[in-house]
Design a protein around this ligand. Structure first.
Ligand code: ADP
Ligand code: ZN
Length: 735
């Protein structure tokens, strides 16, 4: 018996092995096996086929061991992975490894780890009297007071509120003042789970649901285009309920679970334990446990992030991709793939309905809908006839010219006034700036030298709170020194980051309770949930943050959203910069006015006439998309062309030589209508000391790009100068 094996290593192609008779009974498609590979005696591999004849001229080696009692991949998943491997030009074994929960990869074996539970903390009876006796144990007092005020709460929330309070909680439990207990979750992460509401669908929702359920049983992709708050999630939930009633399963992909606990909470609230969550905020053991529940058919609905596209859901009837336009569905490290596009492929393989939902569909998806490849469904209004928030522009360049430069933190007088008014009214504000740190650039006033990362060709960001200069690419940090290391001159910083905005708000509105949400302020999913929970409980007046504050939060108390600088994403050297800017602005604006009180959005910009900004102000997606699609067509960019990026990394000399050799090999394969942009040093020329070069191929269709790839194979196999080569089909990052 022979098997075709994808080895979990950075090699393209698959390998044939012989199966010894005593192992043959346990081998199935999708099974993990141990095989000798190169010099390794036991590499992990995945059975992806059963060839009838061995490839000529090779000496066959034997499978050493079968690693699972049942295959982790269903036959349909093997098919999906093989499709992805061929389309994205990635090593199949790496893709398969990335598709499994990390617990399974490292531990091996599919045994049952501990079932995930929510742990709760509650004050014990009599704890109030005991409070006085705690004396000088300040941490314990604080924790106990918090619990007395709140009652029984998830331990996660307590940890988020007291990140250093673990010992205090343990001590209190030891004294019998706090009770800890656990139960299996039925209502989501427990932190922000909203109670489920029975609603009557609007006629638009009814129509969308009818079309979706009418298509059950056959591959049908839908674009569900609905403004923020138009009830898209309710449509997903109803469609999935129908699938469940018919005994079938569902897969829901979301951009980011830690930032949207409300969403997963709604799925848990409606479907209870039938939902398995897959995201990086879980421990390896938890993820493994959730994955196993799906594989065994105990859970039939998977809600997860990008990599959950490979989740083993049984009898899949519905695949939802929520916020389908989000760039986070594109895997950038390791094997490059796009989970949204794979969702459509999986739908085809499994005869499932695919719902791509968004308030601002990507232009690729919109074009697919226009050409009739996807069926378009529309939810044009907010459910409760809540008006869309009024959006106003603050022209920063005009303010500068008028001698009224914005104050510290780039906060203009109108924005400060609006923040103040919102605070007075007892309502909440969100301030968004897509840049973390205090200042994005540090310069010497004597010699002009700029603080740059020694390993990457980018400037360092000043993080004042920690007193550091930080590289946002490699994470390298050094203490911030006020004097220039080159000439000893005085250094100063420019360019506003979220840390500076937070400081400015505190100074301008001393009464406001301010918190920051970015990757410096929170590092774990628990901390993120903690900040969002405090904001939801209205213990925070102003939330300052990066893109993390723009996601699908539903906070009825928020009546003001301020965009500190809309221009940051516009300036990127990327043909999608305008689209990305429009999406970000539309999304953050959608956070305002979701409750009883009307919302207001202030967008500060130096480019008030840029189409992306002007159209976002007018809530004019259709107008923006029309204009931008025309531009894409004129410039031959997606969705009217296909792109393949080839990324080369190595020594300065090696990367250049490899890039040139690739370009040379490719030129012969370029047919009319194709273009090679480059080879050129990448926009960020160096990261972690490695030189980076890019080649970007543009072609009318995917097949032409595959021909280029074949022409590159010889160079790619043995790059001159030993540089590393990565293929990125349908690339998103142009950096
Ligand atoms: P979206 O996903 O488009 O942002 P949601 O489905 O989250 O919209 O709906 C926004 C809010 O309106 C939610 O609180 C939801 O419970 C509520 N909602 C949805 N559909 C209805 C309806 N038909 N009637 C009343 N409330 C609804
Ligand atoms: Zn660096």
């Amino acid at each position: 018996m022979l098997v075709e094996v994808a080895v979990a290593a950075a090699v393209r192609g698959t390998f044939t092995y012989r199966v010894p008779t005593q192992l043959a009974a346990g081998v199935a498609l999708g099974q993990r096996v141990a095989v000798p590979f190169g010099r390794s005696k036991r590499a992990t591999g995945y059975v992806v086929g059963f060839p009838t004849a061995p490839p000529p001229g090779f000496e066959l080696r034997d499978v050493v061991q079968v690693l699972d009692a049942f295959p982790p991949f269903t036959p349909k998943l093997v098919e999906l992975l093989r499709w992805a491997e061929a389309y994205y030009l990635v090593p199949p074994g790496e893709l398969l490894r990335a598709a499994l929960p990390p617990g399974l990869n490292t531990r091996g074996g599919a045994e049952t780890p501990r079932r995930r539970q929510v742990e709760y903390a509650a004050p014990a009876p009599g704890a109030a009297e005991a409070l006085a006796l705690l004396g000088r144990a300040r941490a314990q007092r604080a924790v106990l007071e918090y619990l007395l005020a709140r009652g029984r709460i998830p331990l996660d929330e307590l940890r988020a509120a007291f990140p250093a309070g673990r010992a205090a909680v343990t001590a209190l439990a030891g004294r019998g003042l706090v009770l800890l207990d656990a139960e299996t979750p039925v209502t989501g992460s427990g932190v922000l789970a909203a109670p489920d509401r029975a609603v009557t669908l609007t006629s638009d929702q009814e129509r969308a649901l009818g079309e979706i359920t009418g298509a059950f049983g056959a591959f049908t992709p839908f674009l569900l285009h609905g403004v923020t708050g138009s009830g898209k999630t309710e449509v997903y939930l109803r469609a999935i309920a129908r699938a469940r009633a018919a005994g079938q399963g569902a897969l829901v992909l979301v951009p980011e679970i830690a930032l949207t606990p409300q969403l997963s909470g709604r799925f848990r609230a409606r479907f209870g334990d039938e939902v398995a969550l897959l995201h990086s905020g879980l421990s390896d053991a938890e993820r493994h446990a959730e994955w196993l529940r799906l594989r065994r058919g105990e859970a039939r609905i998977c809600v997860g992030v990008r990599s959950a596209i490979f989740a083993p859901v049984e009898a899949l009837a519905v695949i939802v991709v929520d916020e389908e336009h989000e760039p986070s569905f594109k895997q950038e490290d390791g094997p490059a793939y796009h989970a949204r596009d794979l969702a459509v492929v999986r739908g085809r393989l499994e005869d499932a309905v695919v719902i791509l939902g968004s308030a601002t569909p990507s232009l690729e998806t919109l074009e697919n809908a226009r050409r009739g490849r996807y069926r378009a469904l529309s939810l044009p209004a907010r459910v409760d006839d809540c008006p869309m928030p009024a959006v106003e522009l603050v022209d920063l360049s005009g303010a500068r010219r008028g001698g009224k430069a914005p104050a510290a933190g780039l906060l203009s007088p109108p924005l400060v006034a609006a923040l103040d008014r919102t605070l007075q009214a007892g309502q909440q504000s969100i301030l968004f700036l897509n840049r973390r740190g205090y200042q994005s650039l540090v310069l010497c006033e004597a010699c002009g030298a700029e603080a740059r990362c020694p390993d990457c060709s980018v400037s360092q960001t000043h993080h004042a709170r920690r007193g550091l200069l930080l590289c946002h690419y490699c994470g390298r940090s050094e203490p911030m020194n006020g004097l220039c290391p080159a000439c000893g001159g005085l250094r100063f910083g420019i360019g506003v980051g979220t840390e500076q905005v937070e400081e400015a708000v505190r100074a301008l509105l001393p009464r406001a309770r301010v918190e920051r949400l970015d990757r410096d302020a929170v590092t774990t999913a628990d901390e993120t949930a903690g900040v969002l929970a405090r904001f939801a409980r209205r213990e925070v007046d102003v939330l300052v943050g990066t893109q993390m504050v723009t996601k699908g939060h539903d906070f009825p108390g928020v009546t003001l959203v301020g965009v500190v600088l809309a221009d940051t994403a516009l300036a990127l050297p990327d043909f999608r910069a305008a689209e990305r800017t429009f999406q970000l602005l539309a999304q953050v604006a959608g956070r305002a006015g979701r409750g009883a009180d009307a919302g207001r959005v202030l967008i500060q910009t130096f480019n008030p006439r840029s189409p992306a900004i002007a159209r976002a102000v007018a809530h004019d997606y259709a107008g923006f998309a029309e204009e931008e699609l025309q531009r894409r067509q004129a410039l031959h960019y997606p969705p009217y062309a296909r792109l393949l990026a080839v990324r080369v990394e190595g020594s300065e000399e090696g990367a250049r030589r490899t890039a040139e050799a690739l370009a040379h090999a490719a030129r012969a394969a370029l047919s009319p209508g194709m273009a090679l942009i480059g080879p050129a040093p990448a926009a960020i020329e160096r990261i972690r000391g490695k030189s980076r070069w890019h080649l970007l191929f543009r072609a009318p269709d995917h097949a032409a790009l595959m021909r280029v790839h074949r022409a590159l194979a010889r160079v790619a196999h043995r790059p001159p100068g030993g540089a590393a080569i990565r293929f990125d089909m349908d690339p998103y990052s142009m950096m």
